[in-house]
Design a protein around this ligand. Sequence first.
Ligand code: HSE
Length: 292
Amino acid sequence: MLTVRAPATSANLGSGFDVFGVALARPADVVRVERARETSIEVTGAGADFIPTDPAKNTAGVVARELDAPARIQIDKGVRPSSGLGSSAASAAGAAVALNELYDLGLSGEDLVWAAAEGEAAVSGDAHADNVAPSILGGFTIVTDHGITRIDADLPVVACLPETIVSTREARGAVPDSATVEQMVETVGNAATLVAGMCRDDPELVGRGMDDPVVTPARTPLIDGYDAVAGRARDAGATGVTVSGAGPAVLAVCRPGTRREVANAMVSGFADAGVEARAYQTEIGRGAELCR
Ligand code: HSE
């Protein structure tokens, strides 16, 4: 069997709704594949009971179909579903990278991103690539209709995951239909600042650039305890805090040496709201890779 580790990801980063994403060094899914006449899926690990094993309904199964690469696929979930940490994307990304290798398809990273995005589309109804792009390519990614730009970035982050569920459908339904020109100007300025910060590995610029006047404020009421968690994280050394993907995970970019304090502060913030949570002290990491 061939084994690939595919990382969790955090999409949006506030100002880059449906555009920005980062790979997280952990957690990750582990995807194992071997050639077969027909695709079959087995799922173990975090939230496995909630993940369909019908290949037509599982992101990895759809990727196998898209690549015409039937396989027995075993997915060991390290990324809990409905977390805001790109769970279905990690499985799709792992399958795409593994099947490319298994069948010696010779596809580029960007080709694999679009194949994995089809997996996301089949499951969520929308072909978002803002999670699959960083899970495959690693680093910080900018996805637009014109292509994908990848930037190597090295920043400490904390992803704090409460034991609650936010439906992606509800989170997308909360997004306003329109924004004012003032909000657009603010968002463009923040997004540009964030990109400059990623190029310089500068947590201050990235944190400043994460502010978003439109999407994030519409979604935070869906996450119990969000305001306390964000406030405490900033007090403990985070330069920027936002909803990770569609939530409920919350992402904090940290000043060097503050990750542990930020993680503890975020877990306490959720505890004050009566919500259990766990924090991943991690960093922007590499994309999916073969385990030798
Ligand atoms: N950009 C997407 C969202 C990520 O925030 O809705 C989740 O698919």
